[in-house]
Design a protein. Structure first.
Length: 98
């Protein structure tokens, strides 16, 4: 695939993520963001499903947020606004049809 096609698809997916208004599942995002935040920053609220020794959920989906959080942390750009700004972008890229 040509580079310009890949760039076009990437821009399209980001635009789609930012402009689409659909159902918001607070629990799904809370669980994912808090777990990723805890992994990168070392603090945050974790529900009982994530407690060591009794964890019943997979860390695979929350781990998709870890690279972005880590980059924001090491660059010193880890303000609340930037942490929340990327919220709709990552789930858009984790969809199976990409």
């Amino acid at each position: 695939m040509k580079r310009k096609h890949i760039v076009g698809i990437f821009i399209y997916r980001i635009a789609l993520a930012l402009l689409t208004r659909s159902i918001f599942q607070p629990d799904e995002f809370f669980q994912s963001l808090e777990v990723a935040h805890n992994l990168v920053f070392g603090y945050g609220k974790l529900t009982w499903e994530w407690q060591p020794g009794i964890a019943i959920r997979s860390v695979v989906y929350p781990a998709s947020y870890v690279p972005v959080y880590w980059i924001l942390r090491v660059t010193g750009l880890d303000s609340t606004g930037l942490l929340v700004c990327q919220l709709p972008i990552i789930p858009e890229f984790s969809k199976r049809h990409m």
